[in-house]
Ligand binder design. Structure first.
Ligand code: HEM
Ligand code: CU
Length: 443
């Protein structure tokens, strides 16, 4: 094997993927990865001490070819407090390399392996306590392309799901330490793509154009949960099941095991924002497992028309509607305090899934209501937002949002209550909206 040509692996940080392998012969590929422990952003206002491969979570994407001889160098940064190693699931050998790559802070280890099997593989740290090293961010993907290469596509992206277990609950600010109890009970506060809440939303979304084929290399670092990976508004034309070479077609959601992967491909036919989620759906809307693929191009109204009509629907004549109204009038608030109290119930049932329990929203996807300059500048404008919904570009606290908020089906009383609640919670500066104001704007 000393005859093999030598090259250095191109490494990329998520969501980027190294270029396809152009060789049709094996090579000696030198991979050099550094483990480094550093504080970074887990969510807005929430920091975490990540243990990383290459300085970010997930670790660098490595791309090699079946039959390659890999020389692996693991450098553990001198500032590390912990020893680290690496178990690559693409390695045939004890510990997947873990035993040979155990590296103290300020040291460097080398081992070599032959890539016998093609596929998309997870790598992770396997230093005891293993669960803790993984929970702190030590995982990534290595693609071993088959000898004949991967079929060409227009866009490739690297998406890796994982969970974080923090002492404070979701959204609690500050530097959050790891919580072993929560990890043992497999009850994470955060489930995220590419290492943080909002890593792949808003300005950081991934992009493609109508008519292009998109391939996502999807990994799951765990440490505990299995992902039901789904893209809202798309159907996977092809799934390389579990990252192997069995291809399934026309798939809605695919399972990605903890410590496993899947490769999904689809042609994008229409423009819009397509949301990547773990379809264990509270993880997506309440714990962070949400990303965005933005597609530009011309509409194809035969494939998707957009909303064609919105008319009043009277299933049993007009009477039904007044019954709904009387139900809510019986709970009429008598003063502002009651309005706030009733408003909280309405909020929890109708708004919280998107705007979140602390009113902080989800960066890039759902704007905050807590401290929202958009809301507080003109509180009556939000009556309109609730009555008619809102779409198109808006700016809230300096960040652009371009989503769709559906109109909510609530009575004048409930709208008054929920907005009064929002105006008087999370440090917002007060005010009251009355049912009379809502009635006036409903006309
Ligand atoms: C925007 C309130 C329910 C998604 C807004 C805004 C307000 C608001 C005041 C204006 C922007 C801001 O001040 O931050 C509410 C209330 C709700 C509710 C009180 C419950 C009654 C929802 C739900 C969703 C949602 C259930 C998700 C399905 C959005 C989105 C925007 C928005 C995407 C931005 C729209 C754009 O980009 O044009 N909401 N909302 N909202 N809301 Fe809601
Ligand atoms: Cu480690």
């Amino acid at each position: 094997d000393s005859q093999l040509p030598t090259e250095h692996a191109v490494l990329t940080a998520a969501p980027l993927v190294p270029p396809p392998i152009a060789r049709d012969y094996p090579a000696k590929v030198i991979v050099t990865l550094e483990t480094i422990e550093k504080i970074g952003r887990l969510s807005d206002g929430v920091d975490y001490t990540f243990w990383t491969f290459g300085g970010q979570v997930p670790g660098n994407f490595i791309r090699i070819r079946e039959g390659d001889q890999v020389e692996f160098n693991l450098n553990n940064h001198p500032s590390s407090k912990m020893p680290h190693n690496i178990d690559l699931h693409s390695v045939t050998g004890p510990g997947g390399g873990a035993t040979s790559s155990f590296t103290a802070p300020g040291h460097s280890s080398r081992f070599s392996f032959k890539a016998l099997n093609p596929g998309l593989y997870v790598y992770h740290c396997a230093t005891a306590p293993v669960g803790m090293h993984i929970a702190n961010g030590m995982y990534g993907l290595i693609l071993v392309e088959p000898k004949e290469g991967m079929p060409p596509v227009d866009k490739e992206f690297y998406i890796m799901q994982s969970e974080f277990y923090t002492k404070g609950k979701y959204g609690e600010e500050g530097l959050q330490p790891f919580d072993m109890e929560k990890a043992l009970s497999e009850n994470p506060d955060y489930v995220v793509f590419n290492g943080s809440v909002g890593s792949t939303t808003g300005d950081q979304s991934i992009h493609a154009n109508v008519g292009e084929t998109v391939r996502l290399y999807v990994g799951n670092g765990g440490p505990n949960l299995v992902s039901s990976f789904h893209v809202i508004g798309e159907i996977f034309d092809k799934v390389y099941v579990e990252g192997g070479d069995m291809v399934n077609h026309h798939v809605q959601s695919t399972l990605v095991p903890a410590g496993g992967s899947a490769i999904v491909e689809f042609l994008v036919d229409v423009p819009g924002t397509f949301i990547l989620v773990d379809h264990s759906i509270f993880r997506a809307f309440n714990k962070g497992a949400l990303g965005m693929l933005k597609i530009k191009g011309t509409e194809d109204l035969a494939i998707y028309s957009g909303k064609q009509e919105d008319t009043v629907y009277h299933p049993e004549g007009g009477g039904i509607q007044s019954i709904a109204e009387s139900g809510s009038t019986s709970a009429r608030a008598r003063n502002k305090e009651e309005r706030i109290l009733f408003g909280k119930r309405t909020y929890d049932q109708n708004c919280m899934a998107c705007h979140q329990s602390g009113g902080q929203g989800i960066p890039g996807a759902f704007p905050p209501l807590a401290g929202s300059d958009y809301l507080l500048a003109k509180p009556d404008r939000s009556i309109d937002v609730l009555l008619n919904g809102l779409s198109g570009k808006i700016t809230v606290n300096g960040q652009a949002y371009d989503g769709v908020m559906p109109a909510v089906q609530l009575s004048d009383e409930s709208i008054a209550n929920v907005l009064t609640y929002v105006l008087n919670t999370w440090g917002n500066n007060g005010g009251e909206i009355t049912p009379e104001q809502v009635a006036k704007q409903r006309l």
